[in-house]
Design a protein around this ligand. Sequence first.
Ligand SMILES: Nc1ncnc2c1ncn2[C@@H]1O[C@H](COP(=O)(O)OP(=O)(O)OP(=O)(O)O)[C@@H](O)[C@H]1O
Ligand SMILES: [Mg+2]
Length: 288
Amino acid sequence: MNNESPLLQVDQLSFSYGDLRALEGVRFELHPGEVLGLLGPNGAGKTTLVHCCTGRLKPAAGQVRHRQGDPANPAVRRSMGVAPQGGALYDGLSAREQVELFAGLQGLRGREKDAAAREALAFVGLQEKADKRAETLSGGMRQRLNLAMAVVHKPPLLFLDEPTVGVDAQSRNALLDGIEALRRKGHGILYTTHYMPEAERLCDRVGIIDRGRLLELDSVPALLEAHGGDPLVIQETEGREIRHSSADPLLTLDELRRQGAQGRFRVEYPGLEQVFLRCTGHEIQEEA
Ligand SMILES: Nc1ncnc2c1ncn2[C@@H]1O[C@H](COP(=O)(O)OP(=O)(O)OP(=O)(O)O)[C@@H](O)[C@H]1O
Ligand SMILES: [Mg+2]
């Protein structure tokens, strides 16, 4: 994270759908060059939070400020890009036309628009598919096209709502590489996921969101330090596992061997699953 002023500031944000309180007292800041992950299960409030941050929903209480001002202001909207959950493609238009349409909506014209669309399609590896109609693309390609439309005008602030759901491992890696490249160029990215390895790999900070509350927000190492618990030394013997929690697994291994413990040993270090479990009291449901 750097010391430049934040691209996005969210303060004490609450939102309800009728009687259902979907967000409660959410606060965070997003800085240039930062990928901030929101990790939470189905229904946690991630998409609602994204909608409040992009000006699509009006908070019941609290504030959302972009560096340029209020996101409800159309001039401010140009400084952000949104890849909505599940995508928003127009069947009947080619991949290139979709991206050009969005570039036009963001104020790009003529050659500048064409070049931006070409660059965005190349960025997501879809240049070969530029003339294919959206409905003929696979689910993963549609997700990549969705990202191309979000980045075509090179906005400093990006909202990516579960951009890798339904994307195969290869395309997922290509997308994550692309997002890392955007970060290196200084874009600030709010990234929602319920997929832990992705959050661990990509995010500078991860927010644990559950039932509308942002319970923790920190770097993965800091979350692991605070909530991960000790590593486990696991002893497999006679078809069963004995688990020894240990702050110093090498020492524990030594001691077990000295005591003549039999079997195979392995060490498991805590990951975000343990953090999530300890913060929320339940497991996150991961996609298959
Ligand atoms: N348009 C709506 N009307 C009423 N309730 C809604 C609406 N959209 C979402 N909700 C409810 O608000 C809560 C938060 O939903 P939201 O879509 O923000 O969760 P999410 O974290 O994005 O979940 P997912 O991982 O499934 O995308 C859920 O209880 C959901 O049922
Ligand atoms: Mg969602």
